[in-house]
Design a protein around this ligand. Structure first.
Ligand code: G3I
Ligand code: 9MR
Ligand code: ZN
Length: 552
């Protein structure tokens, strides 16, 4: 057995042959040597010089970078340093992320609400159908609505429209941009139906979301949850407290219109009846938005203490909705609305977060045929996207691990920022063909897989040292030691917003504020919208590249 010291950080799965390759040394000297050796024979196959030192502010470390992109022979390798350092082994292979990609998508199946998770698909992590009773409408207590189905949001069992829309949008974009990455069955109960599994999985959420639209006025309820969170080890089928629908919000209604109009396009060739239902629902949601131009942001009613997903600015959701409705229908009214919102631009236009959905609107607009675009606006939005990516590249160059987060960005769900930024960079690569964006995105993905200050893979079951104790009620309550695979942990959060984090992490630099403890919901929870951008990223990295980078 080789002893591995953890002075070399490298993504635990490895690399594809024709992609950017980097490892991070915690000890080194400027210009010091490193080598990549064949894991079986110990023979050096590549030699290079370290770059650095880089003072990595977010982690308080002084690090060196080893870049070995030219090594493009498939195999098993280790990296060694001149001071006797030796990394864990990793693989170079075209399909190195295939398993992770499948597992990240399968995670959504594990989050399904209202259905039995059976052994055939769930392996040991089965549970019975849950949350089937109709929900009470807050403020109209005599009213009950069936809102069964959909995905649990996260470690809790709430179902929230806004983050659900982000998750579905990422998965649909992942499919739109790399359909071939979704040709293998996950498998799911729907596999083999002729519809790609990713679309079947998203439909499970979309069918639930359709039930969240109020038939009285076409607005969309913000969320359905119990009044407070159940105990940490409560299994889904044992959570019998009353379900409540929180009031309609403009953020939920805008997201709903956006994601339904998007779905209408993507399902049209598989199920035209469903596609029409989605579009009609989107159009009706839009009319609610038109009738309600100024609405206060959502706040939890006083008796409801579950996740708030408060969003005081609904302009970005309206912008996204207008873009998708225009892309799907070609109708001028939506173009007019989109241009007006773009001009006012009183929101973040290029972000892909659950609170800031502007980026999805920009993407929908940029993908229109030129004849349907306003040329100046399209040009401006494309430049804006690229400027955002340039900023990420610039920041990444100053970071030891080559990622774009500043110390202040290590907040609740920082891994979502890492993955959203990777998406932004990959789309900038699609827009420009410039290699630097793709290489930078690759660093972000390797950060998630263990090339990071915590030295862990942030995806359960993926890699050889991964998070094992996420804040996830079924994982805590099921009594099975092995975590449910394929789930992305929230990641370092210098806000230390739970008792465990506060106790264990006080004084740590931001990028190290992480604890693999089941009670640390502020650093180690899982959610649908932390998994979804990861699926986008792996879908991009399952495509084989024609030309060798080294040859360029
Ligand atoms: O945006 C501010 C930033 O301006 C500020 O500098 C920084 C400093 O702390 O904070 C940033 O705000 C943080 C915000 O997330 C960013 O999105 C807040 O501190 C932080 O409290 C907030 O956390 C949210 C958390 O709920 C608590 O409300 C997470 O984003 C959100 O993902 C999380 O969502 C929960 C649901 O409520 C319930 N289900 C589980 C889910 C995941 O934990
Ligand atoms: O489990 C809850 C998690 O999903 C939320 O993200 C988090 C913040 O809202 O809250 C968790 O629930 C905790 C509650 O807020 C405080 N008591 C302990 C709960 C965890 O068991
Ligand atoms: Zn449920």
């Amino acid at each position: 057995m080789t002893t591995i010291n953890h002075a070399i950080r490298v993504g635990q799965l490895g690399f594809q042959p024709n992609e950017h390759k980097m490892a991070v040394f915690l000890q080194g000297t400027e210009g010091g040597d490193f080598a990549v050796e064949d894991a079986a024979s110990g023979k050096a196959v590549y030699r290079g010089k370290l770059h650095g030192p880089i003072q990595s502010e977010a982690s308080g470390e002084r690090v060196y970078q080893a870049v070995f992109t030219e090594l493009d022979q498939p195999g098993e390798y280790r990296i060694t340093g001149s001071q006797g350092q030796k990394s864990a082994s990793f693989t170079i292979s075209e399909s190195v992320f295939h398993h992770a990609h499948q597992a990240l998508l399968k995670a959504f199946y594990y989050l399904r609400c209202g259905t039995d998770l059976e052994k055939e698909y769930a392996e040991p992590w089965t549970h019975k159908a849950c949350h089937l009773t109709p929900a009470i409408v807050y403020g109209q207590e005599e009213r009950r609505i069936d809102v069964s189905g959909g995905w649990h949001d996260a470690g809790d069992y709430g179902k929230y429209v806004v983050p659900g829309a982000k998750a579905v949008a990422d998965l649909l974009l992942a499919y739109e941009d790399a359909p071939d990455a979704f040709s293998a069955a996950i498998p799911l109960p729907e596999s083999g139906s002729g519809v790609p599994d990713v679309l079947s999985e998203c439909r499970y959420e979309l069918e639930w979301m359709l039930k969240m639209q109020d038939s009285d006025n076409d607005g969309v309820f913000h969320k359905v949850t119990t009044l407070k969170f159940p105990s940490s080890d409560c299994m889904p089928e044992d959570d019998h407290a009353d379900l409540y629908l929180s009031p309609i919000s403009a953020a939920a209604t805008g997201c709903f219109a956006g994601v339904m109009a998007m779905a209408s396009r993507l399902y049209a060739s598989f199920d035209s009846v469903f596609a029409k239902r989605c579009l009609s629902a989107a159009v009706r949601a839009w009319s609610w938005l038109e009738r309600n131009p100024e609405v206060p942001g959502f706040e939890n009613p006083p008796i409801i203490r579950t996740g708030e997903y408060d969003d005081s600015n609904d302009r970005d959701e309206r912008f996204w909705a207008a873009a998708e409705l225009y892309r799907t229908t070609g109708e001028a009214v939506y173009h007019v609305a989109f241009r007006k919102l773009a001009e006012e631009s009183d929101f973040y236009m290029y972000r892909l977060g659950w609170a800031d959905m502007g980026g999805y609107g920009v993407l929908a607009y940029l993908r229109l045929p030129a004849a349907q675009q306003h040329a100046d606006l399209a040009g401006k939005l494309k430049q804006g996207w690229i400027a955002q990516a340039d900023d990420f590249v610039k920041r990444s160059k100053r970071d030891g691990y080559g990622v774009s987060l500043l110390p202040s960005h290590y907040i609740w769900g920082s891994n979502m920022l890492i993955l959203n930024h990777a998406m932004t960079l990959l789309i900038a690569y699609q827009l420009t063909g410039e290699e630097q964006y793709r290489a930078c995105a690759y660093n972000h993905w390797q950060y998630i897989l263990g090339c990071n200050p915590v030295d862990l893979s942030y995806v359960t079951g993926v890699g050889d040292r991964y998070v094992r104790n996420p804040h996830y009620r079924p994982g805590i309550g099921d009594g099975i030691a092995e975590p449910i695979p394929g789930m992305v942990s929230g990641g370092p959060n210098h806000g230390l917003q739970d008792e465990i984090a506060e106790k264990e992490l006080a004084g740590q630099p931001p990028a190290k504020c992480f604890v693999d403890h089941e009670d640390s919901y502020a650093t180690n929870e899982i959610t649908i919208y932390w998994n979804s951008p990861a699926v986008y990223v792996t879908a991009q990295f399952t495509k084989a590249r024609a030309a060798s980078l080294a040859a360029k």
